[in-house]
Design a protein around this ligand. Structure first.
Ligand code: CP
Length: 349
């Protein structure tokens, strides 16, 4: 598989592996990551949830923007794989003394790094880091562009809930559950890298996506977005979806200027308990976090059994373990025997 995480591989130019965009993965690549994640979910249930697969490797988390979930999730994932973790926060680094990002990245790379996990407010920053260093790079969210591992953990969560409900073991789940799945992505699509990656992932897996937003919060062009329709009427859409995926109104990116008032936005596009009652009994409510409670999601909706927000967070660790394992593990590590070997060895054994 791993060639799907290694765009230069076919040309024989770049032996490193990266995850910069969901678009690079294709359905097979996504399915493989979900299958490997199944194994790491099982590791997470062990009394010592740790395997030695990446012992001796170093993972750098380079965050130039705030994060709770993604950063801690990647760091937990790397530690559970026994990698060493270097945590580089731009806000407390020499970038604040005027050092360029490139010099900073090359400095950290000189200490010996096998992978950089990069979050940055500028689209394309992880791709730039991939050009500067001789290490694998994972996009942990770049500007309005993409957030590939968020989309992967969201797909993983949908698949695991649906498999559980059907009474099917996860290792038989595949990705067939996504074909024809009706998903509404609601809210600030314009500023959302999460929406872009999720739409690309669901599109390639055959789901039917409806974007629900005021016209001002729909991207100016939807070219390359495999969506079925755009709606401005959340109440009309809700009864017809299997998943209602809420997006955070991104005030820090100026979203406040795109809506008349927060109160009016919430009244029209917020998922209140009254509105959630329009969903079919089995429909899921999802949110990538952090949530603006009382804006896009009401407190009591976040607490409903159909809300799987914390399950998304929990699955994020296993999905990120899978990504790091595939990128940095032994060649062909996603193949059954290497994975089985890695998972069979407890740390210290
Ligand atoms: N979902 C997400 O990316 O959250 P953080 O910004 O907390 O990482």
């Amino acid at each position: 598989m791993s060639d799907r995480l290694r765009p230069g591989a076919e040309a024989g130019k770049d032996p490193r592996r990266h995850l910069l965009s969901v678009a690079e993965l294709g359905a097979d690549g996504i399915e493989e990551i979900l299958r490997v994640s199944d194994a790491f979910v099982e590791v997470g249930r062990r009394s010592i949830p740790k395997v030695p697969s990446l012992r001796g490797r170093t993972v750098v988390t380079l965050f130039a923007e705030q994060s709770t979930r993604t950063r801690l999730s990647f760091e937990t994932a790397a530690k559970r794989l026994s990698a060493d973790v270097l945590s580089f926060s731009v806000d407390t680094s020499s970038v604040k003394k005027g050092e360029s990002l490139r010099d900073s990245v090359e400095t950290v790379a000189a200490m010996g790094a096998d992978a950089f996990v990069v979050r940055h407010p500028s689209a394309g920053a992880p791709a730039a880091v991939a050009r500067w260093v001789d290490a694998s790079v994972v996009n942990a969210g770049d500007g309005w562009h993409e957030h590939p591992t968020q989309a992967l953990l969201d797909c993983y969560t949908i698949r695991s809930v649906l498999a559980e409900r059907a009474g099917r073991p996860l290792d038989e789940a595949g990705v067939a559950c996504f074909a024809g799945l009706r998903v509404a992505i609601v809210g600030d699509v314009r500023h959302s890298r999460v929406a872009r990656s999720l739409v690309l992932a669901l599109g390639v897996l055959g789901s039917r996506v409806t974007l629900v937003a005021p016209g001002t919060l729909v991207p100016p062009s939807l070219e390359g977005w495999p969506v079925d329709q755009v709606s401005h009427d959340l109440d009309a859409v809700l009864p017809h979806v299997d998943v209602c995926y809420l997006l955070r109104l991104q005030m820090e990116r100026g979203a406040g200027a795109f809506v008349p008032t927060l109160r009016e936005y919430s009244a029209t596009y917020g998922l209140t308990a009254v509105r959630a009652a329009r969903l079919s009994p089995d429909a899921l409510v999802m949110h990538p976090g952090p949530m603006n409670r009382g804006v896009e999601i009401a407190d009591d909706v976040a607490a409903l059994p159909r809300s799987v927000v914390l399950r998304q967070v929990a699955n994020g660790v296993a999905v990120r373990m899978a990504v790091l394992f595939i990128l940095l593990g032994p060649a062909g590590s996603a193949g059954g025997s290497a994975l089985a070997h890695a998972l069979g060895s407890a740390v210290g054994a």
